[in-house]
Ligand binder design. Structure first.
Ligand code: GDP
Ligand code: MG
Length: 528
């Protein structure tokens, strides 16, 4: 296919407006995927994505389509819909010339629609408005069109009406992609410059790099050079994503593909780096991406201290696939060895924890998420306490939140320490406003008293500011052991009870002599 017949595009939408369903239909109609190998939401191939119905990692797929007997090559680059992942969105946009803006015609413009449109406009993309779900009785495509014109200022006279679910309007979309989105610039003769937009670690082939060629061409066997890291490798295999990896011999400017070059370390081929040829180097690298900034932090500790090396290994592997994940080792006398991790937001944090446990068989304790504080010492919010939960519940889930870092704000804060059995437990410590310290201290100690199981001895739980105790509770000692009540009972019942107890134990962290359950570490978030 000549470069004039290539189109690189992405689909941007608010969550649930039908992006994945539309992507599936485009893949089907172009015959990229046969019906029988079609699983719903083909691009969302991570288990977690399917279960939660969200797109986390961007994916790419190449489609072939013939219009008026001209063959075209359409590269679809999928983008995540949730605000936590707008970092990934900006990466995929930089690899495209156009975007389908999908808006649910029964809903209208939503926060994430706007955020993504602005990113697309910043990247000079041609935007094609698509009004989806016109099959729904409540669909109002004309009203939503007017909204888009008013709110975004985008001409909707040529907006496409479609139903991704029913397969209506899909051909119109394909034709619009070809006629309205410009082809990439033809710079096949220039020195190679390819932008890395994603990478992951394959246990057999090493790091696999996804790129979009901006200038020049690349051939199998070429000696390539990564401009930022200064490393060079031989391209053992290059190919396209159709959407499964398909090796080819050569790729040209404007195309999207992958490369495998026995790269052992991701640090050698980072997302945002420019690939050029080792001999015929480009003069300057492409503008990279802004580094993702962690907004939310928490500690991750293995329940079983022996799993620390596995946890480190798993985090390193996961980071290859998720450049926004940050971590550094942390050890505390209470919790043992673990990591302090930085995330883009709370959903990102949950997903990382779930992936670590599922894909790497770890059992983890997470400490309550917090934001960064800069402290001016005299002696001494997630994004603001429960703001997000409040926002969601008061608006019944309709409100969504955008966050960007606006700088530090001054506040009169104190550090509230929690002592269990006389020992300070750092992961339970929290930073609160001075006026709220007493109330929070009282609520927190009461909550912990409920959450921590009774021990063989009397257990004091205290909240302190510095050395001053401001609230205190004590948990009385256990009288009987669990088996005593089925004394003489049948053995299967005893076994069941012991098994139940063992399961309950899974998420307990031993702090000194005290077993503290996972919920206790989150208690600070759940205070009324
Ligand atoms: P995404 O979050 O933007 O990827 O949205 P999905 O493609 O996962 O779709 C969200 C929900 O809307 C799913 O339950 C789809 O079946 C449904 N959906 C998508 N397109 C249509 C459509 O054209 N009509 C109707 N009625 N439902 C649709
Ligand atoms: Mg989706």
């Amino acid at each position: 296919v000549p470069i004039a017949n290539i189109r690189n595009f992405c689909i941007i939408a608010h969550i649930d407006h039908g992006k994945s369903t539309l992507a599936d239909k485009l893949l089907q109609l172009t015959g990229t995927i046969q019906k029988r190998e079609m699983k719903e939401q083909f691009l969302d191939n991570m288990d977690l994505e399917r279960e939660r119905g969200i797109t986390i990692k961007l994916q790419a797929a190449r489609m072939r389509y013939v219009l008026e007997s001209e063959p075209y090559c359409l590269n679809l680059i999928d983008t995540p819909g949730h605000v936590d992942f707008s970092y990934e969105v900006s990466r995929s946009l930089a690899a495209c010339e156009g975007a389908l803006l999908v808006v649910d015609a029964s809903q209208g413009v939503e926060a994430q629609t706007l955020a993504n449109v602005y990113l697309a406009l910043e990247n000079n993309l041609e935007i094609i408005p698509v009004l989806n779900k016109i099959d729904l009785p409540g669909a109002e495509p004309d009203r939503v069109s007017r909204d888009i014109e008013e709110i975004i200022g985008l001409d909707c006279s040529d907006a496409i009406h479609c139903s991704a679910k029913e397969g209506i309007g899909i051909t119109d979309i394909l034709n619009a992609i070809i006629t309205r989105i410009p082809p990439p610039k033809d710079t096949a003769g220039s020195p190679l410059r390819a932008l890395i937009f994603d990478s992951y670690y394959d246990p057999y082939k090493g790091v696999i790099v996804y790129f979009r060629i901006v200038d020049g061409t690349i051939k199998k066997g070429d000696r390539i050079y990564f401009m930022a890291s200064g490393k060079d490798y031989v391209a053992d295999e290059i190919g396209v994503l159709s959407p499964n990896q398909l090796p080819v011999n050569e790729l040209y400017s404007g195309e999207v593909g992958y490369i495998s070059a026995s790269i052992r370390s991701v640090a050698d081929a980072r997302v945002g780096d420019t690939i050029t040829h080792f001999r015929r180097r480009a003069e300057s690298s492409l503008p990279g991406y802004e580094e993702a900034r962690s907004m939310v932090f928490c500690g991750l500790f293995p329940v079983d201290a022996d799993q620390f090396p596995e946890l480190r290994d798993a985090l390193e592997k996961l980071q290859l696939n998720d450049a926004a994940l940050k971590f550094e080792p942390e050890s505390s006398s209470a919790m043992g060895f673990g990591f302090r991790c930085g995330f883009l937001g709370l959903l990102h944090m949950e997903i990382v924890q779930e992936r670590l446990e599922r894909e790497y068989n770890l059992t983890l304790i997470t400490t309550a998420p917090s934001v960064v504080y800069r402290v001016n010492c005299i002696n001494g919010d997630t994004m603001v306490g429960d703001f997000f939960d409040q926002l969601k519940s008061r608006s019944k889930g309709y409100a969504s939140m955008e966050y960007t870092f606006v700088g530090y704000r001054e506040s009169e804060l104190v550090k509230l320490d929690i002592h269990i059995n006389g020992e300070p437990v750092e992961p339970l410590a929290t930073i609160v406003h001075k006026d709220k310290a007493y109330a929070v201290g009282r609520a927190l100690t009461q909550k912990l008293k409920e959450l921590i199981p009774r021990q063989m001895f009397k257990l004091p739980i205290q909240a302190c500011i510095g050395s001053k105790v401001i609230a205190s509770e004590s948990l009385s000692a256990i009288r009987k052991d669990v088996l005593s009540k089925c004394y003489g009972g049948d053995i299967t019942r005893k076994k069941k009870l012991l098994k139940k107890q063992a399961e309950g134990k899974k998420r307990m962290k031993a702090i000194g002599k005290v077993e503290v359950p996972q919920e206790a570490f989150m208690a600070v978030l759940r205070l009324e």
